[in-house]
Design a protein around this ligand. Structure first.
Ligand code: SF4
Ligand code: SF4
Length: 436
């Protein structure tokens, strides 16, 4: 079997367990905490007030900005607060809804869009995707209607990202196996919205059951499944585009500049459900995994559910936890509290113990060039870090500092345990401050 790939990258320990287990429903939470900003772009402002009664699917936040995505109630009940979460102020204000457990639904999209899916224009599709609050569900959370606004550019390929290269995470694997028809339908709606004639579902070769299942389902000669070598960071947009098309996204450019649009497989499902069932985005599949738990599971979770409540539902921690990671261990974000909500971007919740998070002692660089060999962006991490530390950020910028996507391959491979990616992140921050 042909397996495409990209230059560089590394083979991480996969730790993907229990992949044969179906997705299960998460808890029906007593309260839902919906941050006003769950996406890249502008925060929404509340469209409800404290004391209001809301139904599932009702819009509760929106913004006039272009790059934003509305938010909707995931449970029915009463708005009891619009406030920051005490333990995690960085999330900003959240709309807190107390569940009345009546599970009443609001047909928000159905009231706005009455045309049959096949009769909808490109603009109407994009407008519906916006009103459904759909963002990139792979973790990037970029508003999808903006991504699909390709303006005058000709889009040859739409790639659905089923790479899921981060260790532990198995949510995309499961949704491809359980909602394959919707994956294909969502892909077709995206192709229509951007005017593309070729669709690719790209899947790593560690998910061959999903490859086979989707191949059997496809009945359209313009759509194919492309098998990619399992290698980190295969799921990253630029690497996926190269593996599938051998096209390179130039520095500072976007995939659409080279005729490609990439969306996650779960995003495609959300689009199919919005177009055909008029469902807004009020839930998502989340992997709960890591050595701090007895087992791995994928839950369909109502957005706004407290992670603490979800973990209790999962059976609680089995061991002393040193860190909670939201997302994958390579590019996810570590937290020291679980009192925060599942948001649109929560692809995984990992509980890691001290053994897994132990940091080795940093030693001097031995000039082995392993960091250079694995960098998928063809950068020289060790040189960049030296320049950043010497406060020569301009020279680091000239060598492509801003092209670093913080994938962590260099840090993962460094035998001297130098925290290269952290230094690079600091350097990028310094550069942004300098540029104002
Ligand atoms: S973190 Fe940046 S420098 Fe390091 S391997 Fe990834 S892209 Fe390259
Ligand atoms: S991998 Fe580490 S030790 Fe090797 S050259 Fe890069 S920074 Fe130096």
């Amino acid at each position: 079997m042909r397996k495409d790939t990209f230059p560089g990258g590394t083979h991480v320990t996969e730790n993907k367990h229990d992949t044969e287990k179906p997705i299960v429903m998460g808890p029906n939470p007593a309260r839902a905490y919906s941050p006003l900003k769950q996406h890249l772009g502008s925060a929404t402002t509340p469209t409800v007030s404290v004391g209001d009664l809301v139904k599932i699917g009702q819009k509760i936040g929106d913004s006039d900005s272009y790059v934003t995505a509305p938010i909707h109630a995931s449970i029915s009940g009463k708005v009891i607060a619009i406030e920051e979460m005490a333990e995690l102020k960085e999330l900003g204000n959240c709309i807190v809804i107390e569940n009345d457990f009546n599970d009443e639904s609001d047909n928000y999209l159905g009231k706005l869009f009455s045309k049959k899916p096949e009769e909808m224009t490109k603009d109407e599709l994009r407008q519906l995707i916006r009103e459904a609050g759909i963002v990139g569900l792979g973790g990037a959370t970029f508003p999808t209607h903006v991504k699909l606004d390709v303006k005058t550019r000709e889009i040859e390929y739409v790639i659905l990202n089923g790479g899921e290269c981060e260790p532990y995470l198995t949510a995309d694997h499961r949704v491809m196996l359980e909602k394959g028809e919707k994956v294909i339908k969502g892909l077709k709606y995206i192709m229509k919205a951007v005017g593309s004639s070729k669709g690719i579902i790209a899947i790593e070769d560690n998910k061959l059951d999903a490859v086979q299942y989707l191949k059997n389902l496809i009945q359209d000669e313009n759509i194919k499944v492309q098998v990619l070598q399992a290698k980190y960071p295969q799921g990253s947009e630029k690497q996926m585009i190269y593996a599938c098309t051998k096209r390179k996204v130039p520095s500072g450019k976007l995939p659409l500049d080279i005729g490609v649009v990439v969306n996650n497989v779960a995003t495609a499902i959300a689009i199919a459900e919005a177009v055909e069932e008029k469902k807004v985005l009020t839930s998502r599949v989340v992997t709960v995994a890591g050595s701090g738990f007895d087992y791995t599971a994928n839950y369909l979770v109502k957005i706004g559910t407290s992670i603490r409540e979800l973990i209790e539902y999962h059976g609680g921690y089995k061991d002393k936890i040193s860190k909670i990671v939201i997302g994958g261990p390579m590019m996810g974000k570590a937290y020291f509290t679980d009192h925060m909500p599942v948001t649109k971007g929560t692809s995984g919740i990992l509980a890691l113990t001290e053994k897994e998070t132990k940091v080795s002692k940093v030693r001097n660089c031995v000039r082995c060039a392993r960091c250079v060999d694995v960098c998928p962006m063809s950068l020289e991490p060790t040189t960049l870090v030296q320049l950043i530390k010497a406060d020569r950020v301009d020279e680091a910028l000239a060598l492509g500092l801003m092209d670093c996507m913080e994938c962590g391959c260099c840090t993962y491979e460094c035998p001297a345990s130098i925290p290269l990616v952290q230094n690079l992140r600091d350097g990028k921050q310094k550069a942004r401050l300098k540029q104002g």
